[in-house]
Design a protein around this ligand. Sequence first.
Ligand code: PGA
Length: 253
Amino acid sequence: MRTPLVMGNWKLNGTKESVTALVKALLEPAAANSGVETAVCAPVIFIGMVEELTKGSALKYGSEDVDVHVSGAYTGENSPAMLREFGCTYAIVGHSERRAYHNETDAVVAAKFRAAQDAGLIPVLCIGESLEQFEAGQTTEVCATQLKAVIDACGIASFSKAVIAYEPIWAIGTGKTATPEIAQNVHAGIRKLLAEYDPAVAEGVRILYGGSCNAKTAYDLFRQPDIDGGLVGGASLKAPDFQVIIESASKTL
Ligand code: PGA
């Protein structure tokens, strides 16, 4: 039985005031819904604040990206060791916005996945197809290529300490959530691919759905056998909505 994971991805949003209010509002439900693991991924500048605010609570947190280097002359970057020192559990790697706006290739994403794991962070590997690829029926192939790049570089065993997020690009921030059937199909395909390498790893890894996952759509998505929770952007910025999403995961237990 995989523990559901509901993770917020705040992206480039927040102020000291809004972050404080949001985290405070999430502390109680995060502790109360004991069967669901809850986490928020924050802009790095807020991570120290999130560390203070979440002390002693069950709410976990992480970064939205991570550098491949441990230290050195890499102006502007944040190393996995630094994130770990500030108590991060997770680091998102390969988000489609990083792949698109920062030219992150599969090789770069695999290097980030490895660097995060080497520092003791749990990488959350995002994969997913564009609208053109979806319409051309290339979803399985695109996800397999993105996944295999990491399996080849880091080994299948590395997925026993990682999370995968299937995020169809056409669903991100568009309000067009993938139907539970579409998402379940892709998730089952991802698990099947992993099982060809190692059935036990495939069975244990959590595969989150992301892309306009919201208070209305979450429950039907999370009920699917291969959907183990969500990576939530827009709806994670509003405490009441995020709480409904957490509750949706807890109802599936
Ligand atoms: P969204 O973003 O929920 O706003 O669609 C999800 C994500 O990009 O992780």
